[in-house]
Design a protein around this ligand. Sequence first.
Ligand SMILES: C[S@@+](CC[C@H](N)C(=O)[O-])C[C@H]1O[C@@H](n2cnc3c(N)ncnc32)[C@H](O)[C@@H]1O
Length: 241
Amino acid sequence: MSAATFSPLVVWHDVECGGYRADLPLWRELAAAEAEPVLDVGAGTGRVALDLARAGHDVTALDREPELLDELGRRASGLPVDTVVADASDFSLPRRFGLVIVPMQTVQLLPSRTRFLAAAGAHLLPRGLLAAAITGALEDFGELEDELLPDPDVGAAAGWRFESQPTAVRALPAATRIERVRRSIAPDGRVTEEDDATELAHLTVAQLEAEGRTAGFVPEPARLIAATTEHVGAEVVLLRA
Ligand SMILES: C[S@@+](CC[C@H](N)C(=O)[O-])C[C@H]1O[C@@H](n2cnc3c(N)ncnc32)[C@H](O)[C@@H]1O
C-alpha cells in the first residue's frame, strides 16, 4: 500500500478518536432508555454510531466530512446506519429522533451553538433528549516539557505506523488550543511529520444548559464520564425537548 492509498482524514481520525471507549456505556444506556431513532452528530468513522447500531439501535450518522462517512458506511456492512453529510449547525432531515448525541466535545468545535441547538431541537420528537459531551477549560501547559508529554495516540496499516503526539495545550481567550505533531512512518522507515491543532471553545455545563433553556430545552442533571490515563474526563449535558 502506498501513502497515496490512505485517506489522511480517516487515518488521523481513527488514531486520535478511535481508541476512546470510556463514553460508550453512557451512550448505550441513553439509547436504551430513550425513544428511537438516534442521531449521532459529528459521527466521524462511526466509533459510537456503529456501537449503537450493533446493539440494535436505528442510527443516523451526521458529519460534514464525506470521506469519514464513506468509511463509516463501509464498516457498517449491513448494520442499520444511515449517513448524512451536513453541517451540524445547519441541517434539515426528513426524520425526527428520540435521542440526539454529540460525543467527544464535538459541540465545542461548532462555529454556532445557537444554530446547532435550534437544528437539534427541530429534529427531536416530543420529549426527546439531546446529550452533548463537553470538557471544561483544560489547564494551560503551554509547550509541554518532554517529561510531561503524554504517550502518542498510535495506529498502523499495511506496514505504516502513525503517531499523533500532543505537544502543547494553550488557553486562548475563547478556546483551548491543543497542538499535535502527526508522524507517519513508512514501511521503509522514512518519517514525515506535520503539525495539527484543534481549538475547543471554552464551555461549562451551566453555560450550555443556559443556552439550551434559551433554545426551549429543559436541562436534566448532567452525567460524568471519568478521565482515563489516555483521555480527559467529560461531562454530558442533557437537554430535554
Ligand atoms: C472529535 S471528532 C468525534 C468523532 C466521533 N463522534 C467520535 O466520538 O469518535 C469530531 C467530529 O465532528 C465532525 N465535525 C466537526 N465540525 C462539524 C460540523 N460543523 N458539522 C458536522 N460535523 C462536524 C468532524 O468531522 C469529526 O468527525
